[in-house]
Design a binder for this molecule. Structure first.
Ligand code: SF4
Length: 444
């Protein structure tokens, strides 16, 4: 989304045009970079519609799996071509792909001005004539609609998941101090943010490094006390060692959404073992039951991988039966990507690409039916909805059970009733499809 805060004087300066690829953590990092540039009175914009010859393009890349890496490489090539044509002035590449493949990129794509990793903000800033401002803790330039913000509580990951390259790019787990996070939340709330979407590589590991204990529950209470924050959402929880006390806080505090995103990746013991997930089939099933017992109307989102090395037809059948039984509220599924320097890279990537894809489609087909079914139960009910945007004749919003970009949306015919983006309304659902709900505003 285009974000621009500049004065006339600034307009005359070379423009720094930030392009963000990848996940919500990259969105957060781009926003921090842009906050620093703005504080240095630089002319900064996010994904401008048109290019300028004096544009300094900063591409925040993703290096997670094949598709994402290809998108990052294509974007670098696209802008280095434009530089060749004199349509922009500089190309700077940052983020995960650069962290992971800097030597290769420098050798392959030479007309990029510089490459920086995931932890090089001060160097990056000084390379474009800016100073790193430590006093700006938590201050950033949002690229999401201002009423919600991705809220990164930690960096890196200590887990040994065999398929995952993230620790190679993001390093070890580092929790941010509670005081800094509360300060950041207050800054965001003062600037109109109503929803904090808590993110990390492993949210539930929070505090173990800093406070020698899992401390997410304490953090949640502190954030929940911040005036103006109406929704707090949890993404990227990890199953093993799951801190059940966060569910007590969820029940205690009405501004913590009854929503939990917890990637589980698989269910067969042989796959979970080989993936080094540190949890078994039975423990996973027990955990899901325990979570639903504690917070009965919680919306559970998970993510699965199909086609991991050695995945048999029997393993896959087990996954199908399990998701049919468990009926997750939200589910995403990806094909296994054979990533260098990960533990699984030593294994034979024996599941053919077509079969991986077929398995993903089968899982998503089952989930589509489950989602349709579950959505029918919502018809006739009234939900608190946060309006995100207007598209055509429709207002698009979300309930507390839906995260932006990945979950269900609530569509409201704006010719019948209207509310501005960023506002909370009550909506009565009158129709439901597999991933969308339709309704009308009943009270503002
Ligand atoms: S917890 Fe997530 S980020 Fe960490 S290694 Fe496992 S899959 Fe990767």
């Amino acid at each position: 989304m285009k974000t621009k805060i500049n004065t006339m004087a600034n307009e005359a300066k070379p423009r720094i045009n930030v392009i963000t690829l990848g996940c919500s953590k990259n969105i957060h990092d781009s926003e921090v970079l842009m906050g620093q540039l703005r504080a240095n009175r630089m002319n900064v914009i996010h994904e401008a519609d048109t290019l300028r010859q004096d544009d300094i393009i900063v591409i925040n890349t993703c290096g997670f799996i094949d598709n994402a890496k290809q998108e990052s490489i294509d974007t670098i090539l696209q802008y280095s071509e434009l530089k060749e044509q004199g349509k922009i002035s500089k190309v700077i590449v940052i983020g995960c792909l650069s962290e992971r493949y800097k030597p290769e990129l420098e050798a392959e794509i030479k007309n990029v001005d510089s490459y920086f990793g995931t932890n090089d903000l001060p160097d990056l800033l000084s390379s474009i004539g800016a100073d790193y401002k430590y006093e700006l803790i938590g201050e950033r330039l949002l690229t999401t609609p201002s009423h919600f913000a991705y809220f990164k509580i930690a960096e890196g990951c200590n887990r040994p998941c065999s398929f995952c390259a993230i620790p190679l790019m993001r390093g070890k787990h580092v929790s941010k101090p509670i005081e800094d996070l509360v300060k950041e939340a207050k800054y965001l709330a003062k600037n109109g943010t109503k929803e904090l979407i808590l993110i990390a590589q492993d949210l539930t590991y929070y505090g173990l490094d800093l406070y020698s204990k899992r401390n997410l529950a304490d953090l949640l209470r502190k954030l929940s006390d911040v005036d103006g924050i109406e929704w707090i959402r949890l993404q990227y929880a990890y199953p093993s060692g799951f801190p059940m006390d966060i569910l007590d806080v969820m029940n205690e505090r009405s501004n913590i959404c009854n929503y939990l995103d917890m990637p589980l990746q698989h269910i067969s013991d042989s796959m979970l073992g080989s993936m080094r997930r540190g949890i078994t089939r039975q423990k996973t099933i027990d955990l899901v039951h325990a979570i639903r017992d504690k917070v009965p109307d919680i919306a559970l989102r998970t993510t699965l991988i199909c086609g991991y090395p050695g995945e048999t037809e029997k393993d896959f059948e087990e996954m199908k039966e399990w998701i049919t039984e468990t009926r997750f509220d939200r589910l995403g599924c990806f094909t296994y990507s054979h990533e260098e320097k990960t533990h699984a890279y030593e294994f034979h990537d024996d599941v053919p690409e077509k079969l991986k894809q077929d398995r993903v489609e089968t899982i998503m087909g089952i989930q589509q039916e489950i989602s349709f079914d579950k959505n029918q139960d919502k018809v006739g009910r009234i939900y608190k909805v946060l309006i995100d945007k207007k598209e055509g004749n429709y207002l698009i919003g979300r309930t507390e059970y839906d995260s932006p970009e990945v979950d269900n949306e609530v569509l409201i015919d704006s010719r019948i009733s209207y509310a501005s983006p960023g506002s909370f309304v009550k909506v009565k659902i009158d129709r439901a499809e597999d991933f969308d709900l339709y309704g009308q505003i009943v009270k503002i």
